[in-house]
Design a protein around this ligand. Sequence first.
Ligand SMILES: Nc1ncnc2c1ncn2[C@@H]1O[C@H](COP(=O)(O)OP(=O)(O)OP(=O)(O)O)[C@@H](O)[C@H]1O
Length: 351
Amino acid sequence: MTLDIHLKHTFPTFSADVDICLPTPGVTALFGPSGCGKSTVMSAVSGLLKADEVRVVLDGVVLSDLHPADRGVGVVFQDGRLFPHMTVDSNLRYGMKRAQAGPVDFAETVELLGIGHLLDRRPGKLSGGERQRVAIGRALLRQPRLLLMDEPLSALDAGRKDEILPFLTRLHDDMRIPMLLVTHSIDEVARLADTLVLMRNGSVVAQGPVGDILTRADLDFASANQAGAVIAARIVSHDPTRGLTKLDAGGVMIWIPMIEEPPSARRRIRVPASEVSLALDDPGPTSADNIVSGVVLNLRETPDRRMTLVEIAAGQARLLSQLTPDAARQLRLEPDMPVKALFKAIGVQVV
Ligand SMILES: Nc1ncnc2c1ncn2[C@@H]1O[C@H](COP(=O)(O)OP(=O)(O)OP(=O)(O)O)[C@@H](O)[C@H]1O
């Protein structure tokens, strides 16, 4: 099943020409610099923007042929936009009035978002994080076919983000509603998205599974020090004596600092490129808890020539290593070369 978006639109100083095909359900992140057209895509999908040319097809239903109110698209904005004169409970129920019957249940949503204790309050008496959770709840209770979230966390400080991210992760895991998420944060992408669409100047530069796109050495994440592998992993076992947990990440065994999750639990990990060193042979005693055998897929020097990015295939996983160009020359790296990727357990982020 897919969500297909075809969009052409020209503003006086900007044009968008976008073709996106996404798997559904799942979370897709639209990512790119300010002004590249992310919100324009969202507005065209919701029908808020009457685009010059637009076709949006969700699982065979041509949404763009429908009136915006009939599209079944839920939208969550940066600032929540709750009705200030209504309690949280009435804000939530407002969404339900126009909704068709659907799988989203009031009690479950309240529980999922942790807002049960807020039902009698008005939005003015909520924190930013609480307000955003209510806004997400209201959008969900409309039983949307598709949920659009335009920088839902960007108005919040780090503490509030940490408060709400686990709820979004649960949304991702528990609800099977396809979601489009605009974000500037690679951390949010790594935590929440399955698919990543990278935009620049009104067009799509790359789209595909998050793990594939973030490890591509030819994209610009590296310049911003944001490059790294995102890998779906399964917990294999714990080693309490070493204080480490072993994960199976696409057939590659990776050690991380011990976490309290039962074996078989699934977690995503992110291995930043800056954490990964390379060697040609087994390095002997080292502080790297992980020594992963792989093969160089490709390498690229960044335009400012300050670093070389090396993409490595290891099992089903892709790793990315960020080296100085000098180190890459010393190793005489080239595609198809076998290498060892070295990184510490504490360098791996569990997201
Ligand atoms: N209604 C409009 N009229 C004229 N120009 C517009 C309009 N809406 C957006 N634009 C222009 O289109 C371009 C893309 O805007 P858009 O909001 O889609 O970018 P964005 O990637 O979402 O940016 P940001 O990350 O800053 O939110 C910008 O140059 C913006 O000025």
